[in-house]
Design a protein. Structure first.
Lengths: 142, 148
């Protein structure tokens, strides 16, 4: 159950720049809806950042990853199939929705994010811009 | 120590705040199950009941299903296993910024109602959620009695 996909990058900067006076500020969707904050691990190495997020119960179809400008949003709906006529007697997971936002820094390349969802764990790979990757400078002996 | 261990450091402060809020709103006075764990224990559990079964959902993402042990002993279901750490080997060139995900051995126990049949258990693992369905005894199922 391993699915690879490339995060969608939404390019709406053009629209934002034009009619700021008239158009209402873009509201993040489902702001009012309560969500759970998934637990994450963030690990950086020389070529990029790996983000791991626990999203148990979220299938590939119910997962949304958005990059808008430097804002990365992870959202997922818990789609645990419950039998009909089930009465909850005890619940630690009460809100069937995860949501978490991150701000990417400038040296990260939001357009080349790779996402992989396996057994309820999302693995995001955010590479650094090519020019931001460390380079070894050769010292020439004159 | 297993998953029910409290968080050290900054999370410990939140835990203290949570307890103070519980005291303030009187939640601490309510009876809880003798086997209940602190909030945030791994894996999180949801338990439901249907007329024919008891359903236990354990939110345990990122575990090989073969590494999860589910046992039922004298009416107590135990879910245990180990979750590998995502931390890279001590490499000087990696930085770990957030390390919130649970790693290590875990164990949680659930006391089942008396009318279940421990020989009829079904466990499935999907999208990181373990679902264990324990059937109720035939004799405990609601029956329709025909009036002659």
């Amino acid at each position: 159950m391993s699915d690879t996909m490339v995060a969608e990058r939404q390019e709406n900067r053009q629209d934002a720049g034009r009619d700021e006076s008239r158009a209402p500020a873009p509201q993040p969707r489902d702001r009012e809806q309560p969500t759970m904050t998934p637990r994450v691990d963030v690990i950086e190495d020389a070529t990029g950042i790996t983000l791991l997020a626990d999203l148990p119960g979220v299938s590939r179809d119910a997962l949304e990853i958005h990059v808008e400008g430097d804002a990365l949003t992870i959202e997922g709906q818990v789609s645990t199939v419950t039998p009909q006529a089930m009465e909850a007697t005890y619940a630690e997971v009460r809100i069937p929705r995860y949501r978490r936002m991150f701000t990417l820094s400038r040296e990260l390349d939001g357009s080349r994010i790779e996402a992989q969802l396996k057994d309820g764990v999302l693995r995001l790979r955010i590479p650094k811009q090519d020019h931001a990757q460390p380079r070894r400078v050769q010292v020439k002996v004159a | 120590m297993f998953a029910s261990m409290a968080y050290p450091g900054a999370f410990g402060d939140f835990e203290r705040l949570r307890r103070e809020l519980d005291d303030l709103f009187g939640l601490a006075g309510l009876p809880t199950s003798i086997r209940s764990a602190a909030p945030g224990a791994f894996p999180a559990l949801n338990i439901g009941s249907t007329p024919t079964s008891v359903e236990v959902y354990a939110f345990a993402p990122g575990i090989d299903p073969n590494q999860i042990d589910v046992t039922i002993d004298r009416g107590v279901m135990t879910i245990s296993g180990e979750r590998p750490s995502a931390r890279p080997n001590d490499d000087a060139r990696t930085n770990v910024y957030a390390n919130e995900r649970f790693a290590g051995r875990f164990r949680r126990a659930i006391s089942l109602p008396e009318d279940v049949d421990p020989s009829k258990v079904e466990a499935t693992y999907r999208d990181g959620v373990l679902r264990v369905s324990v059937a109720r005894r035939e004799s405990a199922l609601p029956k329709r009695i025909t009036v002659k």
